[in-house]
Structures are given as C-alpha cells and as structure tokens.
Design a binder for this molecule. Structure first.
Ligand code: TYD
Length: 131
C-alpha cells in the first residue's frame, strides 16, 4: 500500500500543544496547496478518487474520520483521530473518507496545485490503470 504514517512532533507545555509542519522536514514534499474539510454532514462519504501524480498528507486536526484506501491489490481502513498523526497518501491510491465526527476538521497538504486532470474519479478506470 502506497501510504505511510507520519508521527508529528508535538511541542506541549502547560499552555497546550503546538505542531509545526515544514516542507522537506516532517512533510516529505514541497507544500503547494493546503485545504481542509469541515462541517461535513452526518453519514457523508466523500473522496471516491485516486490521483495520477499528487501526493498528500491528511491530518485530522480536530475530531476524527475514517479512510478506506485501496491500491488495487488490497484495501485498508484507517481511523484518523489524532492531530499528531499524518497520513501520507501517494499516487494511485483510491480513497473514500467517511464517519466524520461532527467537529471534524480534516486538513490536507498537497504537493501540487488543484488540477482536475490529475484525478481518476471512475473506479473501473482506476482498477484498469493499476492492474
Ligand atoms: P471534491 O473533489 O468533490 O472533494 P472530494 O473528492 O474530496 O470529496 O471537491 C469539492 C469541490 O472543491 C470541487 O468543486 C472542487 C473544489 N476543490 C478546489 O477548488 N480546490 C481543491 O484543492 C480541492 C481539493 C477541491
């Protein structure tokens, strides 16, 4: 599976906690784009795509959600519920994101600007490309 977990160092003291994200240091690419999902409705399932080249790191900065990840060979289900855990997803991994908790803020860092032509949104096309 073309995914990795990144353990992000937390700087904590009696005031609370702080995590810094730095390209080429704890984020293993140059960060070109950051987006975040919030106010996700109950029961919503989103994603349903893979990327041809894009690399991303997803962090549940608040709350939790689940990822179903599929590289064409195997499927794994991951709970993201910790702001100090990053999920690195490489190219050609189909993802579906679901079970968003009400307060979930899911932040995603990406190594490229938004480009619809990098998306594979059809599952059978994805399966054909990874086989
Ligand atoms: P969409 O691709 O449907 O989200 P997901 O597949 O993760 O469920 O994106 C929702 C909308 O936001 C869609 O109109 C495209 C737009 N969008 C951007 O403009 N820039 C971005 O970086 C992303 C991720 C989406």
């Amino acid at each position: 599976m073309r995914i990795h977990f990144l353990q992000l160092q937390t700087h904590g003291d009696d005031r609370g906690a702080l995590i810094a994200l730095e390209q080429g240091k704890n984020i293993p690419f140059d960060i070109k784009r950051v987006y975040y999902m919030f106010n996700t409705g109950h029961g919503v399932r989103r994603g349903f795509h893979a990327h041809k080249a894009l690399k991303q790191v997803a962090i549940a900065v608040r709350g939790s959600c689940r990822f179903l990840l599929d590289d064409g060979q195997e499927k794994i289900d991951i709970l993201l519920d910790n702001p100090s855990q990053g999920l690195l997803i490489e190219s050609f991994v189909w993802r579906e994101i679901y079970d968003f908790s009400e307060e979930c803020v899911l932040m995603v860092l990406a190594d490229k600007l938004y480009d619809e032509s990098d998306y594979i949104r059809d599952y059978s096309e994805f399966k054909a490309q990874v086989s």
